[in-house]
Design a protein around this ligand. Structure first.
Ligand code: NAD
Length: 260
């Protein structure tokens, strides 16, 4: 058990990667604040964790809403009187060429990824600094924190922005024992990815199979999707890393799609 006594909070944890990370944190002994825009989904995940002998609290939280973030972070902190690790994971995708992109869609994607990561960071740092125990901030980046793809300008911009926030936290947090790292997955088959396969096929005028083979997996070393387990294992490893030597870094888990 690598996270015993830890209190963790995961955003966007009602499904997909956030759910897998919440379950992995709980298996390693952490108490997990499972939060999501969809409060019922968050409660369902936390119930599943408790049914497997873990400890979790499910809460509705919209990462773009200051009051909602403040109240959920406060609730999780109050539950055990500490907060050791936050995984800022909530995210959305939007597929459109730049010249047709609505300002509202641009803003929505940036709000969830970037405003959301900032609000959760501020609420968490206030408590970690006040408690004096240090902590771990983890951010869900992407290979799109490192490079671009067509049709995903807001997502690519937001994921590059999150990389900057992660480094800023590493610089400022060091004096308080807070470290900060970015997880950069390649494609993982979650609803976020399933939705964009038909959308990309239509935009690019190719079949869905070609989107998977020639767009999503083309540059991997083995034409394989990254799995939920791969990403969750990395998150546990970063959360449990025993010193502040590993901070301000980004770790790419993408079957070699991006090599740095
Ligand atoms: P997903 O759609 O399965 O899950 C995203 C979750 O975020 C959902 O449960 C959704 O309800 C929640 N969410 C959306 N808006 C929110 C808001 N305003 N407040 C709180 N929660 C909100 O997607 P996923 O694939 O699990 O993605 C999780 C993260 O991983 C995202 O940041 C995504 O960009 C990133 N990522 C995914 C992939 C991939 O291939 N799936 C690759 C790299 C990075």
């Amino acid at each position: 058990m690598r996270l015993q006594q830890h209190v963790a909070l995961v955003t966007g944890a009602g499904g997909g990667i956030g759910r897998a990370i919440s379950e992995a944190f709980a298996r390693e002994g952490a108490f997990v604040g499972v939060t999501d825009l969809d409060g019922d989904a968050a409660e369902e995940v936390s119930e599943a964790i408790r049914n497997h002998g873990g400890a979790a609290l499910g809460l509705g939280m919209d990462v773009t809403d200051e009051a909602s973030v403040e109240s959920a972070v406060e609730r999780v902190h109050r539950e055990r009187g500490r907060l050791d690790c936050v995984m800022a994971n909530a995210g959305i995708q939007h597929i459109d060429p730049l010249e047709q992109l609505d300002f509202a869609d641009w803003r929505k994607v940036l709000a969830v990824h970037l405003d959301g990561a900032f609000l959760v960071t501020r609420a968490a740092l206030q408590r970690m600094y006040a408690d004096g125990r240090g902590g771990v901030m983890l951010y869900m980046g992407s290979v799109h924190s490192k490079e671009a793809s067509p049709l995903k300008a807001p997502y690519v911009s937001a994921k590059h922005g999150v990389a900057g926030l992660c480094r800023a936290v590493a610089k400022e947090g060091a004096a308080h024992g807070v470290r900060s790292n970015l997880i950069c997955p390649g494609f993982v088959r979650t609803p976020l990815v399933e939705q964009q396969i038909p959308q990309q096929a239509q935009e690019l005028g190719i079949s869905e199979e070609e989107v998977v083979r020639n767009v999503m997996l083309r540059n991997t070393v083995d034409q394989e999707f990254t799995t939920l387990e791969d990403v969750a294992e990395l998150a546990v490893g970063l959360a449990a890393f025993p010193s502040n030597a590993l901070t301000g870094q980004s770790v790419v888990v993408s079957h070699g799609w991006h090599m740095q």
